[in-house]
Design a protein around this ligand. Structure first.
Ligand code: ZN
Length: 118
């Protein structure tokens, strides 16, 4: 085998071993962190409202000149904002993200039309 080829093979072999070692270390740390998070008595920071904004865009329609009854022109899709919330545990750093929310109904006193007349 020529010198340069042997050198390159050795570099590939050695760096692969380094990558494998680093991956194993990363996997172990990830598992340990998962256990840590599981045992943690989470204390969450203030919930942050962090909506996902998608700007408006246009779906290009069929090329002009293409014939047929099912020809479709461009379609405009308006911008939308999807609510999302985030909170982070101040102890272990676990970040929770959700787009789910429950509706809350607030009771407002209603004295009716005749309020103050009685
Ligand atoms: Zn925690």
């Amino acid at each position: 085998m020529e010198n340069r080829a042997r050198e390159l093979r050795e570099i590939v072999k050695r760096t692969n071993e380094e990558v494998n070692k680093a991956n194993e270390k990363s996997d172990r740390a990830r598992n340990e962190l998962r256990d840590y998070e599981r045992r943690c008595q989470h204390e969450y920071s203030k919930t942050i409202y962090d909506p996902i904004y998608t700007s408006a865009y246009t779906i290009p329609g069929d090329k002009p000149g293409t014939m047929g009854v099912d020809w479709r022109g461009p379609t405009y899709v308006s911008a939308k904002t999807e609510p999302r919330w985030k909170r982070t545990c101040t102890r272990c750093g676990l970040e929770q993200i959700t787009t789910r929310a429950k509706d809350s109904i607030t009771k407002i006193p209603d004295f009716g039309e005749g309020a103050g007349r009685w």
